[in-house]
Design a protein around this ligand. Structure first.
Ligand SMILES: NC(=O)c1ccc[n+]([C@@H]2O[C@H](COP(=O)([O-])OP(=O)(O)OC[C@H]3O[C@@H](n4cnc5c(N)ncnc54)[C@H](O)[C@@H]3O)[C@@H](O)[C@H]2O)c1
Length: 434
């Protein structure tokens, strides 16, 4: 183990990252940038080819960063036999929910099955995927044992949750403090040495399950507070109070209050999904996670609330939603990113179509909507021009991308349903907060 720690600290280790998505790609680039040899693994040949050609497939990751990393020796492969050549294996794999809302660890299990033959003494295995407390020990440790390796002696097992926030310009992989936990103190020491290469502040956790649950607490905290502020929005709306003014006033308190902002619902791979990993595990201990379920219920209801507001607004223009022409602005789950996983805007789009509206969308980050598991939308983003805006009975702002020209929208749309408060300070009849 000491040899591994020295290799990691001396930047002599080769790093293997499995899963080159929103989490894995920035991570491998940071290892490459810090001077370590890095190999990326993915089952998606397309991604591997893009990386090897120095092409970025995410808007927020510049090509120059990739080209520099390739120049410094970074490469990508679909050949899992090369796991034998790496000293550190970092898993950045999806952890979605299955159709019953239960944890789906199949990506992790399939990967462990594929790499098990190549595990060897002197390696460190780190899981970064968000998951329920107990996963690392219950699901990963048996693979190490079956390979006749001993975690804590000749192999290090760690869990280190990812806090990547795509599109956030204030924080980078390096500047976001990172929690690291180990199966034994020696595993933790190796984990700290691994991540110290790319992270300014590495935070040791006392136990694998502490780190696993800390990540869930962070995301449950967001889900619950977003649920709360969404409920407050509905109450404020009924009372004729501007919720954004309320939040701004409350946020003047320098302690004990954190502002959260309402919207059309929650999206992304994390906030709508992760809390239910704990819900599922808590059942094993006879505990019902009431806060998590209530927040989920309120947040999931928000697209319906927006559709209701749209219907009422169209009604006042003597129109029904059926047959109305509607433009949805933004498909991404949050501003300035191209990620539409679990986006409430997809729910809005599908609901409007189901109700018989003629809907187009515009999103500078998502030029076309590919075939998705839940939605069969065959649409292309339209360009926002005065003529285009004037064609629609209503414009729904689903995502508040900075790239939208809001003055143009306000001046040319007949009716605006604003789910993000972009027009919070404009008091005009044709702008409806929702
Ligand atoms: N996206 C975020 O902002 C974010 C933030 C914090 C934590 N997380 C967590 O990080 C984990 C990864 O999320 P992500 O957003 O990077 O997912 P992603 O879907 O963007 O990337 C996952 C990658 O894994 C690859 N993959 C799937 N199965 C594979 C297999 N068997 N072998 C090798 N590669 C395989 C996919 O092709 C894809 O490139 C999840 O647990 C997520 O909850 C994500």
């Amino acid at each position: 183990m000491q040899k591994l720690i020295e290799k990691l600290s001396g930047k002599e280790a080769t790093i293997g990252i499995i899963g080159l998505g929103y989490v894995g790609l920035p991570l491998i680039l940071h290892f490459a940038e810090s001077g370590l040899k890095a190999i990326g693994f993915d089952i998606d040949q397309n991604k591997v080819d893009h990386i090897n050609k120095g092409e970025s497939y995410f808007h927020h990751i510049p090509i120059t960063t990739l080209k520099t990393a390739i120049y410094n020796g970074m490469s990508a492969t679909t050949d899992f036999a090369k796991i034998a050549d790496v000293d550190a294996i970092i898993l950045c794999l999806p952890t979605p929910l299955n159709q019953y809302g239960e944890p789906d660890l199949s990506y992790i299990i399939k990967t462990m099955d594929a790499i098990a033959p190549y595990l060897r003494a002197g390696q460190i295995l780190s899981l970064e995927s968000t998951t329920y407390p107990g996963t690392t020990e219950e699901k990963l440790l048996p693979y190490i044992q079956k390979s006749n390796l001993t975690a804590g002696e000749n192999f290090a097992l760690v869990y280190s949750p990812e806090r990547e926030d795509p599109g956030n310009k204030d924080y980078t992989v390096r500047s976001i403090p990172k929690i690291v936990s180990g199966y034994t103190p020696a595993c933790l020491e190796a984990g700290l040495a691994l991540y110290a290469n790319i992270i300014d502040t590495v935070v040791p956790a006392s136990d694998l399950r502490v780190a696993e649950m800390a990540k869930l607490l962070e995301n449950i905290h967001r889900s619950v507070n977003i649920g709360l502020v969404n409920e407050m929005k509905i109450i404020a709306d009924k009372m004729g109070i501007n919720i954004f003014d309320v939040i701004e006033a409350a946020a003047s308190k320098p302690f004990g209050f954190v502002p959260y902002y309402p919207g059309p619902g929650i999206g992304g791979h994390c906030i709508p999904v992760d809390p239910f990993y704990l819900t599922w595990k808590a059942k094993e201990f006879g505990v019902h996670t009431r806060f998590i379920e209530l927040a989920g219920e309120i947040n999931n209801h928000m697209p319906k609330w927006v559709i209701e507001k749209l219907m009422v607004a169209l009604n006042s223009h003597e129109k029904s939603i059926k047959g109305s022409k509607i433009l949805l602005l933004g498909l991404a789950y949050k501003k300035n990113v191209d990620d539409m996983r679990e986006s409430p805007c997809l729910v809005l789009l599908q609901s409007m179509l189901d109700l018989g509206a003629d809907v187009n969308y515009s999103d500078p980050y998502i030029p076309t909507v590919p075939k998705l598991r839940k939605y069969q939308l065959n649409k292309q983003s339209v360009e926002i021009t005065p003529d285009e805006l004037e064609k629609y009975d209503a414009v729904v702002i689903g995502t508040d991308h900075d790239a939208f020209d809001y003055a143009l929208i306000a001046n040319h749309a007949k009716l605006i349903i604003d789910t993000r408060g972009v027009f919070r300070s404009r008091n005009e009849d044709h702008i409806i907060a929702a």
